[in-house]
Each structure stands twice: as structure tokens, then as C-alpha cells.
Design a protein around this ligand. Structure first.
Ligand code: ADP
Length: 458
């Protein structure tokens, strides 16, 4: 195992990784930017090292600064968390060259799955079901119109290097396509430094269901469970559940099989997630693979009792995956609410500033993954996630009830958060019936706007 792990991240995930290191009795160093000098991960770490000024390009995304920080502090491994450099094949590669372990999969696996168009081709070869789409990066509008017509509108344009719900555009006609393609290509170039765009069939009102896998790179792969991630705003997840409601056991088993087959095909090693779109007719399609720990991993942890971050560390440290598929038992139901520093009453505009008051909920079935404390100042430089409320119940109804109870107790004073919005969603009859799809949140927002009030306020 490692002598010391450098945590190259911030916020709740830096704390999560720190806790896993503590559980494994590995000393950890938190690498922080000047904006996070007084943060909780820095306070709780065994050691901390400043890696640069607040803008992430000069700190959390600065590879030379992170490698030097590991060197100076005597760390022999780097955990990238999620976001920032978590799916940066170059960092994984550099680590290999300088004798550091990148806690994640190989740089080849990151590069192959990070190019979404290449990932599609590889998974197609592995026999996973895919939505019809373009095989090559798109060229000019005219040839692209031919591809789109063959597939049938609507289609979705996606940046090959995209992520985080950015760089996607739905087009419904030749005319829309001709207008959108050059913009999508220019945006992809500007945002990701790679202008390659591909397209695939756009599904109306699908569900987003993903499968967590753990693999040891020696052919042993287990599917740990699936997560329902359909509740999204602007293609960004806001509430996740495990297991996925109203999913037949046949579909679940087929999803697991597809994910395991996909991971084997690329000799994957580490934790990872296969994302699928589930159509109304029950068919599902591979969308992409994420080669890192995900924000929503705790719903899988609390329903299976498996510590995913700990496994990630152990596998990177060279241990074998001893977990067998038949030992994995899913119990009860879990829900995660992402509490963001955003004002749901003002179109979810960012709400930076000081947290004047902070009281975290507790009691049976409640887990809070958060870096907040009274007096915390949310810096404007990074993402808006403040806290993840994860609840567990014997069944979905109990989990919903506990989530409501926890949100009622939760106090985050001084800034606007999405907590009241979650309370509204949890009370919604359609949500309670488990009738979820990626259109749920947009429609819900229309409904509450029509009611003339944000329902979560009560
Ligand atoms: P990112 O990597 O940026 O998160 P994804 O490819 O995972 O992008 O897609 C994010 C979300 O966009 C999906 O969860 C889904 O809601 C929507 N989406 C993506 N592809 C399609 C598609 N072909 N049809 C319908 N919705 C899609």
C-alpha cells in the first residue's frame, strides 16, 4: 500500500478521499489553492500543501504544480477525486513516468473512454447496444445532413471530448443542423481544445441509468449496482437514487452484463461507471463511460455496504479484487440530493458568500458528505456543490420520508441553496410514483412556474 497519498482536489470529495485514506491508515496530504487555505479538508488533513492561486488552471488543473507537490511532500500516489484532472490521461501518464501511482485506471483507458466517439466504437465492437450515430467526426453540414437523415431526426450533436453536460445540442431538422454544427464545433474547440463533434439519435424522455463497476485489470469485473440519474437540469444530475425505481430485474441484469462486458473489453482496472440511456420501450443504449469515482457514488455505497473509494485505493495499490458478484447484496433504497450554492427562485443563479449558520441533519439513515462549517465562504471559482445529503431507507418510501426529515433539519444560512427545491421534488406525486425521466425536472419547473410559486418554500 501507499506511504502517503496526495489528494489533488477540494470540497467534499477531498474529504471523502481523506476519510478513505484514514480508514486504510494511509497518511494523506491535501493539495489546495489559495482560495481553500481555510477549508475543512485542509484543516483535517495530516498535511497540506498550497499548489497555487485560486483559478483552477493555476492550481487544481496545474499538472506541474501537483506533481511537484507530491514530490515535495513525499507522497507516492495521487488521488484526483472527480472533475479537475480526474480524467486527464496526461496526468496518469506523467505519474507513471515519475514513479507516482495515479489512483485510477491506466492512462490508455482514460484516453480511450475520454474520446466519446472512440468509446462508442470500442463498445460497439464489444457488443454493447448503441444508439445509431456517426462513426467518424463530423465534417461539413451537407454530409452531416445526409447522416442525420439516414438516422432520422431528432439527433444530438456532442463534443467528442465533452463532459459535465456541456457541448451538446439537439437538432430537429436539416436547417437546424446546418446552423448548429459550426457553432458546436467552434464551442467544442473553445471549451475542450478539440473541435471534434459527432452525432447520435436523440431519444425523447429517456431515463439515465448507470452501472457502477469495479475491475482489477486481470479480467475480474463486478457490477456493484445501478443508479437512477434521470433527475437533471441542463444535463446535470441533481438527485440520484439506487436502485433505479420501476426497473425490471431482467433489464437490470442485462445492464450489469453489458457494463461488465464493456469493462473487460478494455482491460479496465479501478472503479468506473457505464452510463446508459433507457428508452420508453425498454431498450437501453451505451452512452459513455466515466473512468473516475462519481459524485453520486454514495447511493451505491449505502445500499451495498461497499466502500468504493477504499476499493479504488486498494486496487491502485496493487491488491486483487476479492469481491465476488454473488456476495453483493443490495439492501433498501438510497437517495442523494445535491445541495448547490444556487438560487432556485432565480433560475438557479450562483450564490457565493459566507455560510453564517450551519446545522447538519442526523438520525437514522442519514449521511452528509460536505465540507461546510459555520463561517465557510463559498469561493466563486469552483463548482457550486456544497453538500450531498444521502439517505437510506428500507424501501423507497422510507428513503423519501427520511430525505424530507433531513432537509427540514438542514440549516445552511447566509446563502441561497437548492435544498428547498429538493423538498418540493420529494413531495411531488409523480416523483413519489417513481415516474422519472430526463424530462422530469424541466416539466416540474414548468408546472411550479404555472402554480405561481416555488413549492419547496413551505
Ligand atoms: P456528459 O458527459 O457531458 O455528462 P452525457 O453523454 O453523459 O454527457 O449526457 C448527459 C445527459 O444528456 C444524459 O444523461 C441525457 O439526459 C442527455 N443525453 C445525452 N445523449 C442523449 C441522447 N442521445 N438522447 C437523449 N438524451 C441524451
Amino acid at each position: 500500500m501507499f506511504k502517503k497519498v496526495l489528494i489533488a482536489n477540494r470540497g467534499e470529495i477531498a474529504l471523502r478521499v481523506l476519510r478513505a485514506c484514514r480508514d486504510l491508515q494511509i497518511p494523506a496530504v491535501v493539495a489546495y489553492s489559495e482560495a481553500d487555505r481555510d477549508s475543512l479538508p485542509v484543516r483535517l488533513a495530516d498535511e497540506a500543501v498550497c499548489i497555487g492561486p485560486p483559478p483552477s488552471g493555476r492550481s487544481y488543473n496545474n499538472i506541474p504544480a501537483i506533481i511537484s507537490a507530491a514530490r515535495i511532500t513525499g507522497a507516492d500516489a495521487i488521488h484526483p477525486g472527480y472533475g479537475f484532472l480526474a480524467e486527464n490521461a496526461y496526468l496518469a501518464d506523467v505519474c507513471g513516468h515519475v514513479g507516482l501511482t495515479f489512483i485510477g485506471p491506466s492512462s490508455e483507458a482514460i484516453a480511450r473512454m475520454g474520446d466519446k466517439a472512440l468509446a462508442r466504437a470500442l463498445m460497439k465492437d464489444a457488443g454493447l447496444p448503441l444508439l445509431p450515430g456517426s462513426e467518424e467526426p463530423l465534417g461539413n453540414p451537407r454530409t452531416t445532413q445526409g447522416i442525420a437523415r439516414r438516422i432520422g431526426y431528432p439527433v444530438i450533436l456532442k463534443a467528442a471530448a465533452g463532459g459535465g453536460g456541456r457541448g451538446m445540442r439537439v437538432v430537429r431538422s436539416d436547417r437546424e443542423l446546418a446552423a448548429a454544427l459550426p457553432i458546436a464545433q467552434a464551442e467544442a474547440e473553445a471549451a475542450f481544445g478539440n473541435g471534434e463533434v459527432y452525432l447520435e439519435k436523440y431519444l425523447e424522455q429517456p431515463r439515465h441509468v448507470e452501472v457502477q463497476i469495479i475491475a482489477d485489470g486481470r479480467g475480474h469485473v463486478v457490477a456493484v449496482g445501478e443508479r437512477e440519474c434521470s433527475l437533471q437540469r441542463r444535463h446535470q444530475k441533481i438527485l440520484e437514487e439506487a436502485p433505479a425505481p420501476n426497473l425490471s430485474s431482467g433489464t437490470r441484469q442485462s445492464l450489469f452484463k453489458a457494463a461488465v462486458r464493456g469493462a473487460r473489453a478494455i482491460d479496465y482496472s479501478s472503479v468506473g461507471t457505464f452510463e446508459f440511456l433507457l428508452a420508453r420501450d425498454g431498450h437501453f443504449y451505451f452512452m459513455e463511460m466515466n473512468t473516475r469515482i462519481q459524485v453520486e457514488h454514495p447511493v451505491t455505497e449505502v445500499t451495498t455496504g461497499i466502500d468504493l473509494v477504499r476499493w479504488q485505493l486498494r486496487l491502485a495499490g496493487g491488491e486483487r479484487l476479492t469481491l465476488q458478484a454473488k456476495e453483493i447484496v443490495t439492501r433498501g433504497h438510497a437517495i442523494e440530493c445535491r445541495i448547490n450554492a444556487e438560487d432556485p427562485e432565480r433560475g438557479f443563479e450562483p450564490s457565493a458568500g459566507a455560510v453564517t449558520d450551519y446545522v447538519a441533519p442526523g438520525g437514522p439513515g442519514v449521511r452528509i458528505d460536505s465540507h461546510l462549517f459555520p463561517g465557510y465562504v463559498a469561493p466563486p471559482y469552483y463548482d457550486s456543490l456544497l453538500a450531498k445529503l444521502i439517505v437510506w431507507g428500507q424501501d423507497r418510501a422510507e428513503a423519501i420520508g427520511r430525505a424530507e426529515r433531513a432537509l427540514q433539519e438542514f440549516v445552511i444560512g447566509g446563502i441561497k441553496t437548492t435544498a428547498p427545491f429538493h423538498r418540493g421534488v420529494l413531495r411531488d406525486a409523480q416523483f413519489r410514483r417513481g415516474e422519472v425521466g430526463t424530462d422530469f425536472i424541466p416539466r416540474y419547473l414548468e408546472r411550479i412556474a404555472a402554480d405561481g410559486a416555488v413549492r419547496g418554500e413551505g
